[in-house]
Design a protein around this ligand. Structure first.
Ligand code: SF4
Length: 695
């Protein structure tokens, strides 16, 4: 099946469905699945800062102050810049704010800061046109630049669809002209939660709809020979976000045709002759997970989404959106980006043999499909991914040690209580335990220790590669076999000779370990042995430990790989942090839900209440509601759309006024903020999602 490419090098907009798209172009979303290589994009200059091309991954963030407060915005921008922010975005909801960007810029320059500014625009083309004359970049949201969303399902004919596109074109052309005249760059920033009614009616709220939403605007820019464009595909669901960026790259790669370069040596765009084929560029990509929340959850979710793409060389600039002060976002973004500065020198990954035809039907980078695995005890099959804690290096293990991994022992009741984040197995290595363990827990031992156990109840051995075949003392129920890429390729290691009660553990020491482990999964497509993903970390700060593990494990889980996780570390984090990180990764990839999910916006100049304080208050009362998704959004303009799939929503609608949502429906409008949290709890109770907090 081939995809038609028209004379302009574009894939026609409505001629494909996802299945066709995936089957015909599977895999072509990055340079290599096994060798780290940054996707080469066009360089776009934003002031003096180059984004894309061979520039480093740029770090950016957004102010949260009122744009009309010049000094507060300048001072916050300076805090961000001094933390390492290379591009400062400021919201411009109306003409007044757009105009005040001039004062902000002047004051920043006066104080010696040359960092380029970006105006963030929703709904207001006139504000965009003014801002584009002042700042170095404007961001437009194709979901609402020319449309006010009605949340309606409208049936479009090709004619009515084209008429709407023509109306958008007319609204959009003046901005393009101003950007060209002033050397202003543009971000076409699609958000999953704010797709237009037109896109939703034709594509639904899918990754493909997000890509098409950007392309509607991109085509207009290209027809006007305006190429200083950066594109983003943000979502609060990391799975959707990753798939959308991959589809976008796939589509941009797919349309390059013709031998003619677009730019002359001066850097100016060359005029195109009618009918001339051109190499349409791959535009730089701005990565971000929207409404990621705060604290550990926000960091893990951001790393899962952004890190997964960076691993494959995708991404030229990143913004980590946290419900915290914007300067706190910068170290997180830097830690994520800097990891790739020397990645290209990683140990070579030898390509494992795969059966391509089977691979195509079982794996797609553009849609989530969990790898099929047999069920062994509580691992694989339809079971949630399991968590293995590692106590092998502990000198002394007592009942109190289990507290960190989700188990509390009640002395008065003489019983174990489990939390929602209780690990499933503990690897003890050569250690032993001299007390009764919780009834749901399994213990994993080195082969010698296992062989010497008198009571083997809920105890299982772990073998190293081929050691499994020579061992006489195996479990009749469950055996773990750890392999790395070398062991998996060793002819002595015969997969087909493993018994049906074996779970593999994939290990890696490669710096580009996610790709190496992914290639191991791909080599295993013919086989349905359950697999646990193991990663090892040493001498990292807690922040880096969380971000790296969320990237490495999250990237595989998002692709449907892995029936469990095992994080081993040395001198990085406490057992409690390791456990909460593991469960946080599973939650962020939506493969195992163990807590409440908060979809809270980072706040900006539109915010109508103290988001950090309110989020903390709501969290303190609802953090025990496992699986419930609560949106906490600063404004009514973007909030309802951006919280997309939240079960309940708390949205600022005016000073001191809150509107509450159940799903996408308004349930209480403009209630006083003083009582809004209690009203939200009442709503959750009425919705049947409330449980009392355990005392
Ligand atoms: S939802 Fe939050 S971050 Fe988005 S525009 Fe509204 S206040 Fe700003």
């Amino acid at each position: 099946m081939s995809i038609g490419i028209n004379s302009a090098g574009c894939i026609p907009p409505f001629s494909l469905n996802l299945k066709m798209f995936v089957t015909s172009l599977s895999g072509s979303y990055c340079n290599s699945l096994i060798q780290y290589s940054r996707l080469k994009t066009r360089e776009v200059k934003v002031g003096d800062v180059g984004i894309g091309g061979s520039n480093p991954i740029r770090i950016q963030s957004m102010t949260t102050t009122d744009t009309m407060d010049t000094i507060k915005t300048v001072e916050q921008s300076i805090r961000m810049i001094e933390a390492g922010c290379e591009l400062v975005r400021i919201t411009a909801p109306s003409m007044n704010e757009a105009k005040n960007l001039e004062n902000i810029k002047k004051e920043l320059r006066k104080r010696g800061y040359k960092t380029p500014l970006c105006a963030d625009i929703h709904f207001t083309p006139n504000a965009a046109e003014l801002a584009a004359r002042i700042v170095e970049k404007v961001r437009v949201n194709p979901g609402n630049y020319a449309d006010r969303k009605k949340f309606e399902h409208i049936e479009y004919t090709d004619k009515s669809y084209d008429e709407e596109l023509e109306r958008i074109r007319e609204r959009f052309l003046p901005l393009i002209k101003i950007c060209k005249e002033n050397g202003t760059a543009m971000r076409i920033g699609t958000n999953h939660g704010s797709l237009s009614d037109r896109i939703l009616s034709r594509y639904g709220d899918t990754p493909l709809g997000m890509v098409e939403s950007a392309f509607e605007f991109l085509r207009i820019c290209e027809e006007e020979k305006f190429f200083d464009i950066i594109i983003s595909m943000k979502a609060s669901n990391a799975q959707v976000m990753v798939q959308a960026y991959r589809l976008l790259v796939n589509k941009m790669k797919g349309r390059a045709s013709g031998p003619h370069p677009l730019r002359g040596s001066s850097g100016n765009a060359l005029p195109l002759r009618p009918g001339q084929l051109v190499v349409l560029p791959i535009y730089p990509l701005h990565l971000g997970v929207t409404e990621a929340g705060d604290g550990e959850d926000g960091r893990i979710k951001s790393a899962v989404g952004i890190g997964t793409l960076l691993e494959d060389g995708i991404g030229d600039t990143i913004r980590v959106s946290l419900t915290e002060e914007p300067e706190y976002e910068i170290p997180v973004a830097k830690n994520l980006a800097e990891r790739y500065s020397k990645r290209v020198d990683h140990k070579r990954i030898s390509s494992l043999e795969t059966n391509d035809s089977r691979l195509k039907t079982t794996y797609s980078p553009f849609e989530y499909k969990r790898r099929e695995a047999a069920s062994i005890l509580n691992i694989g099959g339809g079971n949630v991914p399991r968590v293995i804690a590692d106590f092998s290096n502990k000198e002394k293990i007592t009942a109190a040690s289990f507290f960190a991994v989700g188990y509390n022992y009640s002395v008065s009741l003489d019983k174990w209580n489990l939390t929602d984040q209780a690990c499933d197995f503990i690897y003890l290595g050569g250690n032993k335990i001299a007390f009764e363990i919780p009834g749901t827990l399994g213990l994993i031992y080195s082969p010698d220790t296992y062989a010497a156990l008198k009571n083997k109840t809920r105890s299982y051995p772990l073998f190293c590669g081929s050691e499994y075949f020579s061992s006489k003392e195996k479990s009749a129920e469950l055996n773990f076999v750890v392999v790395d890429v070398v062991a998996l390729q060793n002819p002595k290691f015969k997969l087909q000779e493993l018994e049906k009660n074996v779970v593999l553990i994939f290990d890696t020491t490669n710096e580009h370990g996610m790709a190496e482990q992914r290639s191991m999964f791909m080599a295993l497509q013919e086989n349905n042995i359950p697999v646990i993903i193991k990663r090892n970390y040493k001498d990292l700060s807690e922040d880096k430990f969380q971000l790296y593990s969320a990237t490495d494990l999250g990237g595989l889980l998002l692709d449907g790989f892995g029936d469990g996780i095992w994080i081993k570390q040395n001198n990085c984090a406490s057992p409690q942090l390791i456990n909460s990180t593991g469960f946080g990764i599973l939650q962020a990839t939506r493969t195992r839900i163990s807590k409440t999910e908060y979809i809270s916006c980072p706040s900006c100049g539109r915010t109508l209440f103290d988001l950090q304080e309110t989020t903390a208050k709501i969290r303190s009362k609802t953090s025990h509601l496992k699986g419930v998704k609560i949106g906490i959004m600063g404004c009514i303009v973007n909030g309802p759309g951006e919280m997309a799939d939240a079960d309940y929503g708390y949205v600022g609608t005016g000073v001191g006024k809150i509107t509450l949502y159940k799903g996408k429906e308004v349930v209480k409008r403009n209630i006083p903020s003083e009582t809004a949290v209690e009203e939200l709890i009442g709503l959750i109770k009425a919705g049947g999602d409330w449980v009392e907090m355990a005392s």
